[in-house]
Design a protein around this ligand. Structure first.
Ligand SMILES: Cc1cc2nc3c(=O)[nH]c(=O)nc-3n(C[C@H](O)[C@H](O)[C@H](O)COP(=O)(O)OP(=O)(O)OC[C@H]3O[C@@H](n4cnc5c(N)ncnc54)[C@H](O)[C@@H]3O)c2cc1C
Length: 341
């Protein structure tokens, strides 16, 4: 465990926002958790790769930086393998490691930034696959009882960009490892039409695990702004779920609005389309901007503050609400310290 006071967080968040931690504690082994001071959600923060967080203010208390490593095969049979992955492992490196060994199930989630421990938080998803399709269980440190718990996939309450850790029990657990079940026999998951088209172009007639992995990487590099070049946290808003009646009114007025049936939950509509049709693509304010490359991504154009990004996000929400009557919900965790009294 490393402990350091008054540390910059600028390089620890992909928005590149300048913020400081009162104390930065790097967790390197599970035993470190036995001697840490605890967790106050108003003042403290658990940080992985920092790719889904916006620091609007400094973090006055403790930032716990998760660096728990290790990938182990816990069990296997001729069809499947059960992996246990330390929460501090890079998610993309885990995907590459699995593909190299012929283990499939997460190849469509290649190149998602961040660490394996954060993957259950929002049930990461891309190109028609979500973590939920491979998750077995999660081991976590329970801040309330100061003990470890093992939570089954069902107990994790995974939903669209959602989970127990985000909604029902936010800030209660620090995930220390995840267990995933991957397949030894590969079946390509190419229901997402953009991926099918990319594969048809790059490897007509044959689709191996390595082909899908490579196609996902190519597609992502084309579509999304690279945080190493311009600060961002990927999609800033979730695709909103709207009730059937509102969807009917919207699709009558805007027949081109992209939508997906979300089962009984309602209809999911494209947040990027809504933002673009408020003429906000490329819109800038105080150094923060709606990406000109992808309307769902907010970017730090250089040295903007976290507050500037947050004010831009609120403007986008207000415009979309005024124009379409649809409420956009942010996807990243927004940290804002509010002094009480
Ligand atoms: C360019 C880009 C593209 C992206 N594309 C996608 C995508 O396609 N699909 C997708 O789902 N997401 C995407 N994201 C979002 C992000 O990469 C994922 O949500 C990722 O899982 C976040 O991991 P992280 O380690 O960076 O988490 P952080 O940003 O460090 O943390 C995110 C949240 O998880 C909590 N947290 C982190 N680690 C732990 C832990 N061990 N225990 C408990 N809580 C924890 C934090 O407190 C915070 O609330 C993208 C982001 C970027 C920048």
């Amino acid at each position: 465990m490393k402990v350091a006071e008054n540390q910059p967080l600028d390089r620890l968040n992909t928005f590149g926002i300048s913020a400081r931690a009162g104390i930065l504690i790097t967790i390197e082994t599970e035993e470190d958790l036995l001697s840490v001071p605890g967790f106050d959600p108003a003042r403290d923060f658990v940080l992985g790769g920092g790719s889904n967080v916006l620091f609007v203010t400094d973090v006055p208390g403790i930032v716990y930086l998760n660096r728990l490593s290790g990938i182990e095969i816990r069990r296997e049979n001729p069809d499947e393998v059960l992996l246990e992955v330390g929460a501090g492992e890079s998610w993309h490196e885990l995907v590459a490691w699995s593909v190299a060994r012929g283990f499939s199930g997460i190849e469509n989630l290649a190149l998602i930034p961040g660490l394996a421990g954060a993957a259950p938080l929002q049930n990461i998803g891309a190109y028609g696959v979500e973590l939920a399709s491979v998750l077995d269980s999660v081991t976590a440190w329970d801040w309330h009882t100061a003990t470890w718990v093992v939570l089954s996939k069902q107990e994790c309450l995974l939903g669209y960009r959602d989970s127990l850790f985000k909604a029902a029990q936010p800030d209660r657990y620090l995930i220390t490892s995840t267990r995933l079940i991957l397949k030894k026999h590969f079946t390509a998951q190419v229901a997402y039409s953009g991926l099918a088209a990319e594969l048809e172009k790059s490897s007509p007639g044959g689709t191996s695990l390595a082909d899908v992995f490579a196609a996902v990487i190519r597609l992502r590099r084309k579509k999304l702004p690279d945080p190493a070049v311009i600060g961002n946290a990927g999609s800033f808003f979730k695709n909103p779920l709207v009730p059937a009646t509102l969807y009917q009114q919207l699709s009558d007025r805007f027949p081109a609005l992209p939508s997906w049936d979300a089962g009984g939950a309602g209809i999911k509509v494209s947040a990027a389309w809504l933002i673009e049709h408020c003429d906000l693509k490329g819109f800038e304010m105080n150094g923060a901007a709606v990406s000109g490359q992808h309307a769902l991504v907010l970017v730090n154009q250089g040295q903007c503050s976290g507050l500037a990004v947050w004010e831009l996000a609120q403007l986008v929400q207000a415009r979309v609400w005024d124009t379409f009557g649809v409420r956009l919900e942010p996807e990243p965790k927004i940290f804002r310290f509010a002094e009480v009294g």
